[in-house]
Write a protein that binds this ligand. Structure first.
Ligand SMILES: [Cu+2]
Length: 211
């Protein structure tokens, strides 16, 4: 259901984004067609059941360490599972470790596997993720790749139907190495989402000596 004018506007922009990002609708049926737009090696988007999505939520909530409003990952590898519109949490947000748009910290040199699941309800929005050096505030449309981009998961179509337990959900993964320390941001590249809905968070790549 559309709850506000801004979401109506966002829905209208979905059509626009489909034109701007031609692979968006094609991805649902031809997962291999968009390889060229990916900045890093990526698995193909695939549909998962509600049961599998719930398992990924559980895994997300038990991976990394909560430190205030931050989620800290340590070690040489990290699996960061991001849920767009996690049931029970705020609409139009990313959830990591059960937190809404938290700051994420990974040690420099870590091999990161990034998984995104789109569980969007309500307006049925597409969501994706890019990680780079682009800082907020964001423009209505964010051109991809962003400056200093280190990872991308192209837009994932919304779930197949409204009934949560019967729906299929799109999921995709990518891997990258957090080579350079510094402050990055993860954000949703769907027009308006980063700007109007604040679908973004800080992503820090830190030297092991840093607190
Ligand atoms: Cu989004």
């Amino acid at each position: 259901m559309l709850r506000s004018f801004s979401q109506v506007a966002a829905a209208a922009l979905f059509a626009l984004a489909t034109i701007m990002v031609p692979h968006l609708t094609a991805r649902a049926v031809a997962p291999h067609s968009s390889a060229a737009v990916r900045s890093t090696a990526s698995a193909s988007p695939h549909q998962i059941s509600y049961k599998t999505a719930k398992r990924l939520i559980h895994q997300s909530e038990h991976t990394g360490m909560k430190m205030g409003k931050m989620v800290m990952f340590s070690g040489k590898s990290a699996h960061i599972i991001i849920i767009a519109n996690q049931p029970g949490l705020k609409d139009m947000t990313f959830a990591i470790h059960g937190m809404v748009n938290p700051e994420v910290t990974v040690p420099v040199g870590a091999k990161v596997q990034l998984t995104l699941v789109n569980m969007d309800f309500g307006g049925g929005m597409a969501h994706g993720i890019v990680i780079g050096k682009l800082t907020p505030p964001y423009a209505t449309a964010v051109p991809v790749p962003v400056p200093g981009q280190i990872a991308q998961i192209p837009l994932l179509a919304p779930r197949s139907r409204q009934t949560r337990s019967q729906a299929k959900y799109y999921a995709d993964s990518t891997t990258f190495t957090a080579k350079k320390p510094g402050t990055y941001y993860y954000l949703c590249q769907m027009p308006t989402h980063a700007k109007m809905f604040k679908m973004y968070g800080k992503f820090e790549v830190v030297k092991p000596s840093q607190p």
